[in-house]
Design a protein around this ligand. Sequence first.
Ligand code: FES
Ligand SMILES: [Fe+2]
Length: 438
Amino acid sequence: MAGSMNRTDVAKLVEPDQVHRTVYHDPDIFEMEMQNIFHKVWVYCGHETQIPNKGDYWTVQIGKQPMIMVRDEDNIIQVLYNRCPHRGAMICGNQSGNTGKEFMCSYHAWRFKTNGKLDKVPLSGGYEGTRLSLDGNQADMKRAARVDSYRGFVFASLAKDGPSLVDFLGEGKVAFDDMCDRAPEGEVEIVPTCFRVIQRSNWKIFLENQLDALHPSITHESSGRAAADMEKQIKAASGKAPLEYHYLSAFVTVPLVEWDRTQTVNFPNGHSLLQGYMGLRPRDPDTLAYEAAMHKHYGEKRTEEILGVNIHHVLLYPGLSVQSPLQQLRAVRPLGPDRTLTEIWHFRLKGAPEAIYRRALGYYNLVNSPSTMINADDLENFWKCSQGLASDGGDWVSFHRNAGQDTDRNGIITSLRGTSEAPMRNQFRAWADWIAQP
Ligand code: FES
Ligand SMILES: [Fe+2]
């Protein structure tokens, strides 16, 4: 369908309160999204602690481009195209590793420094008198146009012009502040490695679901019910159930009306946050030890400010979902109109007791991992949406819930209710702007 459509026509498929189904499955629109969104905006590459040593690298997809995030000999994080300047072979076939002081292409052994600069080619005399200069940058590995990081979270943009990373993230950077501030040492450390899940659905469906406070009590009801029953039995038998059961039972013990009492705050560039901290401040010895470590580093007043931050979830459009209070991060990498990779990570708060880390790990395994029923519940919905949206059963997707009832202050939109579809409207506002850009 989009073959004959220009970018302005495609942007018109988005109305303030509904979206045409074509945007979820048309291959030409997917191509436009790659060119006009993912190849321009800041895309998350990884955390700097993923590559702690010189020569450490991690491969990552930015839009359609295979990239390498690597720590070079000067300790600078580089993001390079994973492509040999000779005949185009991919340089790193592995997902991650340490390449030493150099990358060497497996095809004809061109060697590159870890900043991408050509170092040596075999029998280099063969290039004398040719149009290929080995001295300039003609034979270097190409770098991402821009690389920057915020509190250890590394992003790259393939476009040389555009807003800075901090401007692009705007208020959404609170995701990283909230996560890092909760560490007594003010930093987090990644826990290798990640779960990787390929979903048979469009990338936008995943992101729409992240702040969809209408779905948890419904979609996850049966999973939550089973956990709540077990929690009750364990409590009856031993007086106390492990905190981890609460992560799952909350899907039934927190009723829909309570989700509705929360709010979302929606920022420019499609970023949003859902308020409502998950009430994880029990008075057990582990929490008290953690709070003591926080007091030591920050003092009591600042500790209370940090632990009182009211965030459940932050969405950084178009590629990240962050649950900062539990140190969870999911990166979304579109592979095709109906294929999406998610990389599911969690972090350790530096300076916090081991037991606090175990909570992040518990949430990671029980709620976000591919082995939990919670994730399976969501995946089933995503696949069903994908199927339904490819059918002729209707042309429009409704985002009418509480439309026109949000409060807009200087471009920051606060939703009337937690279950308002304001975050989805906000995502598509950014999407249409980016798509329409020349
Ligand atoms: S393709 Fe890499 S050295 Fe030839
Ligand atoms: Fe869900």
